[in-house]
Design a protein around this ligand. Structure first.
Ligand code: ZN
Length: 214
């Protein structure tokens, strides 16, 4: 059984400001589904300096992190760009980050019935992106050259014999091979963070990879 929420290690890193912008975006959106984890973040913050000194250095400059945190945490930040109440089916931190709803984004075709929109690219090629699909779509079997976090925002998908629903986070590392398949009951939208590239098993998908950009 895999864990469907942010692990303790990453809650500590979040509290210590040790996440990069893409991880921070996914974590903030995940926490908006899980008030109980927000309590854990506050506890981690309260534990303070002793633990923080053991963590690896933040991958982002303090200035950049402060800017992102400001964008994510500022009261009313979600309302300002859209001048409206919450956007249905979208976590507030994501609304604040992209400054509006899903229609603002440039969606590119990823495969039949699947589209993706790039949100952020990190200094070492890390990416934060959205995946959107309808019907019984399957992401071709792949491994990973780095961490991959997938947060379900809407709908559901199956992978590794488990079902991931809205608010669930699947954390995959280079040891994981999976074949995520979308639940056909409704449209599925996921927010993903990937460090490194995915490693498709199929040579045909590998040939297409440069055009997909993931
Ligand atoms: Zn994957």
């Amino acid at each position: 059984m895999t864990v469907h929420t942010l692990t303790e290690e990453w809650i500590l890193a979040y509290a210590a400001g040790g996440l990069n912008e893409g991880q921070l975006l996914v974590a903030a959106c995940h926490l908006s589904f899980h008030p109980e984890l927000v309590d854990a973040v506050h506890e981690a913050e309260a534990v303070g300096g002793a633990l923080l000194s053991d963590l690896p250095d933040a991958e982002v400059s303090p200035d950049m992190l402060a800017t992102v945190l400001d964008r994510l945490d500022r009261p009313g930040a979600a309302e300002r760009p859209v001048e409206a109440a919450r956007i249905k089916g979208m976590p507030d931190p994501l609304t604040a980050y992209i400054g509006g709803g899903y229609d603002r984004l440039r969606w590119r075709v990823l495969g039949p019935g699947l589209r993706h929109a790039l949100l952020w690219t990190g200094p070492d090629g890390q990416k934060a992106w959205l995946l959107r699909g309808e019907g019984a779509r399957v992401i071709p079997e792949h491994g990973h050259s780095g961490d991959e976090w997938t947060l379900v925002l809407k709908g559901a998908y199956h992978a590794r014999g488990e079902r991931f629903v809205a608010g669930d986070l699947e954390m995959a590392d280079p040891s994981v091979h999976h074949i995520p398949s979308l639940d056909p009951s409704e449209e599925c939208i996921c927010l993903a963070y990937t460090a490194g590239r995915i490693r498709p098993r199929s040579p045909i998908v590998r040939l297409m990879q440069p055009f997909i950009g993931l």
